[in-house]
Design a binder for this molecule. Structure first.
Ligand code: OAD
Ligand code: ZN
Length: 246
């Protein structure tokens, strides 16, 4: 079966790089983007230039974020996160590359410097001008008191979740580290991503081209299934549960 084959490939590999998308966190109560009921089936994304240009867009962006707070605050690592953390502790996984913003890889035991967050992190905020960090509690208090999204107390530029929006620059350091990891591994496992958002979706192919074997674990078919050495079209938690060490 797929899981037996995956188990063999993990045993045969020295350096495994997991690459995760929203599908690894759905069992934690966080909706993905493109499945039925996903975020982008309910809300249109707010592009970065709109966020910068419009107070109304910033207010809407923060209202959406506050509406999700109970979901993010309650979320705990799932079986997929725990399996990857087990392989990390065993020395097989040097770091995880993730498109997720939910902080659950860190919560499962990865050191922060071993979580490459391509799309940032939604559990805190930053000024888009001077990059000063803010806690969400501070933003919420200011939003409620001022009746809208606040600006930075230092430079007066807008404060935004520490995430990457469409149209926003990708983080340089993370892109470089993800590139190096993709080119240095012998097994690359894409987990729970539709693989449609670039440049993130380029890493599986980059790893494959550099000589790694490629595994894709996703309920739905992806555009890159045809270049994979193994495709497991099944639930992530069920598939990775055997790799959770206790
Ligand atoms: P998507 O919602 O595009 O894809 C998630 C995939 O996970 C879907 O193909 C689902 O079928 C699959 N899936 C969900 N739950 C699963 C489960 N329990 N078992 C197996 N498969 C499951 O999410 P991403 O690919 O992560 O970026 O989205 C990529 C980027 O698009 C995000 O990082 C975000 C978004 O716009 C930005 O906003 C910049
Ligand atoms: Zn600032």
């Amino acid at each position: 079966s797929g899981v037996e084959r995956l188990s063999d490939m993990i045993a045969e590999s020295r350096t495994i790089v997991p690459f995760t998308g929203a599908g690894i966190s759905t069992e934690c109560g966080i909706p993905d983007f493109r499945s039925p009921g996903g975020i982008w089936t309910r809300n249109r994304p707010i592009p970065f230039d709109e966020f910068v240009a419009s107070q109304e867009a910033r207010d809407e962006s923060w209202r959406r974020r506050f509406a999700m707070e109970s979901v993010f605050a309650a979320a705990r690592p799932g079986r997929g996160h725990r399996a990857l953390a087990s392989l990390y502790r065993a020395g097989k996984v040097p770091a995880v590359i993730t498109q997720n913003i939910d902080n659950l890889h860190q919560a499962s035991g990865f050191a922060a410097e071993h979580v490459i967050e391509l799309h940032g992190n939604t559990t805190y905020a930053r000024c888009i001008g001077c990059r000063q960090a803010y806690q969400l509690d501070w933003v919420k208090r200011r939003f409620d008191e001022d009746g809208g999204a606040p600006n930075c107390t230092t430079c007066d530029e807008p404060v935004k979740t520490a995430t990457i929006s469409f149209g926003q620059m990708m983080p340089d350091d993370e892109m470089q580290r993800a590139t190096a990891l993709s080119q240095a591994c012998d097994l690359f496992i894409a987990i729970g991503s539709s693989l449609v958002v670039w440049p993130a979706a380029g890493f599986p192919m980059m790893a494959k081209n550099a000589g790694a074997r490629l595994v894709i674990i996703n309920r739905e078919p992806t555009d890159q299934d045809d270049i994979a050495d193994l495709v497991i079209r099944h639930d992530i938690g069920e598939t990775l549960r055997p790799f959770v060490a206790n």
